[in-house]
Every structure is written in C-alpha cells, then in structure tokens.
Design a protein around this ligand. Structure first.
Ligand SMILES: NC(=O)c1ccc[n+]([C@@H]2O[C@H](COP(=O)([O-])OP(=O)(O)OC[C@H]3O[C@@H](n4cnc5c(N)ncnc54)[C@H](O)[C@@H]3O)[C@@H](O)[C@H]2O)c1
Ligand SMILES: [Zn+2]
Length: 358
C-alpha cells in the first residue's frame, strides 16, 4: 500500500473500476504536469482567485483557467453551468482534463464539472486546505448544493490522481486550519492511536505547523481515508465510520443555518457529543471519553453554541441524509482506534448527549 518517493508517502485507492494514487509531497505543486495523461487535450484549471494569486506561479504547463467564485452559496448547478460554458468557449472537448486546485468547495465543484462535462472527463485533485487534503479530495464524491440541502446533487467521479502539497497550508487562515484539524482528530479516534497520541502530545507543534508534525498528520489521515474508500467506495459499510462526529455535527451546522460554524468545528462538537453518547450507552470508558474531549479541545475553541436547544439538534439527526428509513445511525467509539455503527438509539439519549456537549 505504501510506496516512498522523495521520502514522502503515496497511498493507493482502488475501487471496483479504478486505481489511483494520493501523493503527499512538499513541492509537488510544481510537478503537476508529470501526472497529466500523455494524450490529454487542453488542461483546465478550476480554482479560486485567492488560491491562484498565492500559488498560480507554481503551475508552469500550458493551461486554461476557469475561476470558481468561491464560497458555499456558489456551490450550485447554475454556477457550474456558467463554468461549463466557459470551458466550451475556451475549446474544451472530450480529451480535456480538469485540475481542481483549491479547497474542498473547488474539489467538489471541479470534480462534479468533470463528472458531467461531455458525460465525463478526467480530473486531478490538487487540494490546498487541510480539510480538502485529508478528506474531500479522496474518494470521488463530487457535487453541489440544492436550496434544500448540502451536496444533494452529485456523482461519484474518482480522480486520476490526488496531489497533496502540505507546504501550501501555511497561508491558510488559522481558523480554517484548526477546523481541518478536527477531521484529523476524527481519523485518530476512528483508526489511529499513533495519530491520536501525536495530536495529544504535540499540539504546540501541530498548531505551529511544524513540518514533521504536519507531514505526519496529513499522511496518516490520507492513509486511513484511502484504505476506507478502497474497502467501501459507496458507503455501504466501512465508509460510514468516516461519519464519526458528523451526525450531530451536521445537525449543528443545519441548526445554525451553515453560517456560524466551519464544518470541522461542527465535527468537533459532534465528536464531543458522540463521546458522551458512547459513555452513556456503556460503550466507552469515562476516562477515555474525557481524554477524547480534552484532545479535541486543544484545537478549539469553536464559536459558542450554548444558546442552542439539544432537542432541536436531536430532531435534525432524523433528517440527516445518512438516515435510512427513519433510523439514525451513530458511529460510536469504544476506545481510541475502535469504532462501530450503532442504530436504534433512543431520542432521549441523543438529547442527553447533545445537552452534555452544548
Ligand atoms: N467530497 C467529499 O468527500 C467532501 C468531504 C468533506 C468536505 N467536502 C466539502 O468541502 C467543502 C469545504 O471545503 P474547505 O473547508 O476546504 O473550504 P473552502 O474550499 O471554502 O476553502 C476555505 C477557504 O480557504 C481558501 N484557501 C484554499 N486553500 C488555501 C491556501 N492554501 N491558502 C490560503 N487560502 C486558501 C479558499 O479559497 C476558501 O476561501 C464543503 O463544501 C464540503 O461539502 C467534501
Ligand atoms: Zn467532515
């Protein structure tokens, strides 16, 4: 599974039909051209103006630019249609390739554009936020929002490759970086005691973006995501563990109209609530639950949530996209590195866990 190139790891994702590599390598941004298919036609870089201003000079191969206006409200079909029209005007055809270069929003939108442009052209994911590097760019989920909810229109479209340059994280707004770190804490809890230990013992190094610490947290997270997606591309089973902290996290995002919390911050809250829930159900020892909350708090704080009602949050969990036939599934931890999916949890327990976390 692991190969080393210039001392940095690569992880392979294999799905029923595809195989691709996720390379984590400082400086890979200047070597994107090496990963373009030999017979590619025009290369379309989908990016935002802020990312292009910072890093566009590192892209030296011939390309066309398609700017995405940025921001969750623009992650919509109407914007995608404008971008597709722009591609066509600039000479795109079936041999074209998209390079999605930016945060998770660019990855989802650029990936979905590739999935549907002329019924599908290849995409290379070049993620530039921590959240996109450890999560959104890997696994082939692409899509846009509807007025009625996030990511409700989309397609699975696996990339040709995922090229991750951790050095670009230094320009991230600190809050965006910390928000991504909550997803990293998630990987530690669901699957990696070593990652959890590093997050617990060296928060100063992680927060200061010490390069060894950053390289390890990105690599170990990518390893886990690549392994889980390879085992279960379409979320029939194992992939559900990636939703740890997300059931009440999504509830919190919805209850605050997607305007108060960054996604990772909501996941931080959701993980705290999940730890209380697991403790309450007798799955997780109180000391382990407390340690999980202590480590999560090292990467906070997130905006205050004490004004919210636990009943309102619990009600949202029944409307979650992951809810199947009225049953909410919770991913709960039994210890660091061990989780399982539990269904049929009583609403009163969900309310109590949410209340404890608020
Ligand atoms: N497809 C998936 O599996 C998956 C998984 C998780 C999240 N997502 C999606 O990801 C999106 C969130 O992504 P995000 O958190 O990366 O937010 P984002 O894409 O909005 O990026 C955050 C901000 O940082 C800027 N930015 C990006 N890279 C930068 C850099 N290196 N330096 C400075 N600024 C930079 C962006 O332009 C943007 O303003 C959501 O829409 C979510 O639905 C998808
Ligand atoms: Zn998430």
């Amino acid at each position: 599974m692991v190969q080393t190139k210039k001392d940095m790891p690569s992880y392979v994702v294999t799905t029923g039909t595809q195989r691709y590599e996720c390379h984590i390598e400082r400086g890979i941004l200047s070597r994107v051209a090496e990963y373009l298919p030999a017979k590619a036609g025009k290369i379309f870089i989908v990016t935002t103006e802020d990312v292009w201003k910072l890093y566009g000079s590192r892209i030296t191969f011939p390309h066309e630019l398609v700017f995405f206006p940025g921001g969750e409200p623009n992650k919509r079909l109407a914007v995608l249609e404008v971008m597709a029209g722009e591609m066509l005007a600039k000479g795109a055809d079936r041999s074209s390739v998209i390079v999605a270069f930016g945060g998770g929003i660019v990855g989802d939108t650029g990936g979905f554009l590739a999935a549907i442009f002329m019924r599908g052209i290849p995409v290379i994911q070049v993620p530039t936020t921590l959240l996109a590097q450890v999560d959104a760019s890997i696994g082939g989920k692409t899509g846009v929002n509807l007025a009625g909810g996030k990511n409700l229109i989309g397609a699975f479209h696996q990339p040709l490759a995922v090229l991750i340059d951790p050095s670009v994280l230094t320009t991230l707004p600190p809050r965006e970086y910390r928000s991504g770190l909550f997803e990293v804490v998630k990987y530690g809890i669901i699957s990696s005691p070593a990652l959890f230990r590093l997050l617990a013992d060296n928060s100063a190094g992680v927060l200061a973006m010490d390069s060894d610490a950053v390289d390890f947290i990105v690599s170990d997270s990518v390893r886990i995501k690549a392994e889980v997606v390879s085992a279960d591309e379409k979320e029939g089973g194992l992939r559900r563990i990636l939703n740890y902290g997300h059931t009440l996290g999504h509830a919190l995002e919805a209850e605050t109209s997607y305007s108060r919390m960054l996604h990772g911050e909501a996941v931080g809250f959701g993980m705290n609530a999940a730890s209380y829930l697991a403790e309450r159900l007798g799955l997780l020892a109180a000391a382990d639950a407390k340690e999980m909350r202590r480590v999560t708090a090292l990467y906070g704080p997130w905006p205050a949530v004490s004004d919210l009602r636990p009943e309102a949050l619990a009600a949202h969990t029944l409307k979650d996209k992951k809810t199947i036939q009225g049953t909410t599934h919770f991913v709960l931890a039994e210890g660091v590195g061990t989780v399982r999916v539990v269904s049929g949890i009583a609403a009163a327990d969900v309310v109590a866990a949410a209340a404890a976390a608020l």
